[in-house]
Design a protein around this ligand. Structure first.
Ligand code: C5P
Length: 220
């Protein structure tokens, strides 16, 4: 059976997580937050005392393959341990980016990601959903925004949590992460050749959601 897949890829803090989750809710589809898988893997590796480095690639990949990770109603669990908040820190994001540059770790997570493709359909959020994981997807969107806009959004998110930060520092961090994500040899961050690019620097979340849903309806 052909189970529809809609991919939303893009750089960090582009709003794709929020947009992808909203599109999934609108369509009544499943939602895959692939970044969370890299975040969970990095956290588990750190907790197991493994350095996130090429020397530990095989060990981290083995860990990723057997990790009892579960996604339940927006919560992320390792076994019974709720790690939803622990994987959302800036440090966890940086570690996720480093772990995601290891090819064996990426391989280890492929089957887990494919498992999210279930009826009635899937919205997949990540960096390589359209280029590597679901190359035959029915719709591919590359959602992006200027570095300044993304840094300001991240700043707002942190402020809301009472975490102080400087916009300039956040911008430098996300540019460093973008550079690592887009220059790595395996599954680099880049729009699929058949992706529709949406720059939402001046759009609201609702406008971006409406655009993606309208592209989707146009395809059906
Ligand atoms: O999207 P999120 O910020 O949660 O992703 C964390 C990190 O995981 C990214 O910086 C990226 O390096 C990596 N990632 C990836 N491939 C994906 C999703 C995330 O390499 N499909």
């Amino acid at each position: 059976a052909n189970i529809p897949v809609l991919c939303i890829d893009g750089p960090t803090a582009s709003g794709k997580g929020t947009v992808a989750a909203a599109v999934a809710a609108r369509l009544g589809y499943h939602f895959l937050d692939s970044g969370a898988m890299y975040r969970v893997t990095a956290l588990a590796a750190t907790r197991a005392g493994l350095a996130i480095a090429p020397e530990q690639e095989a060990a981290i990949a083995a860990l990723a393959r057997t990790l009892p990770v579960r996604f339940l109603d927006g919560r992320v669990l390792i076994g019974e341990d709720d790690v939803t908040d622990a994987i959302r820190t800036e440090e966890a994001g940086m570690n996720a980016s480093r772990v995601s540059a290891l090819p064996a770790v990426r391989d280890a997570l492929v089957a887990l990601q494919h498992g999210f493709r279930r009826l009635p359909g899937l919205v997949a959020d990540g960096r390589d959903m359209g280029t590597v994981i679901f190359p035959g997807a029915d719709l591919k969107v590359y959602l992006t925004a200027s570095a300044q806009t993304r840094a300001e959004r991240r700043h707002q998110q942190l402020l809301a949590k009472g975490i102080p930060a400087k916009i300039a520092d956040l911008r430098a961090d996300l540019e460093a992460r973008d550079l690592r994500d887009s220059s790595r040899p395996v599954a680099p961050l880049k729009p699929a050749q058949d992706a529709l690019v949406l720059d939402n620097s001046t759009a609201t979340i609702e406008q971006s959601v409406a655009q993606v849903v309208s592209w989707w309806q146009g395809k059906r």
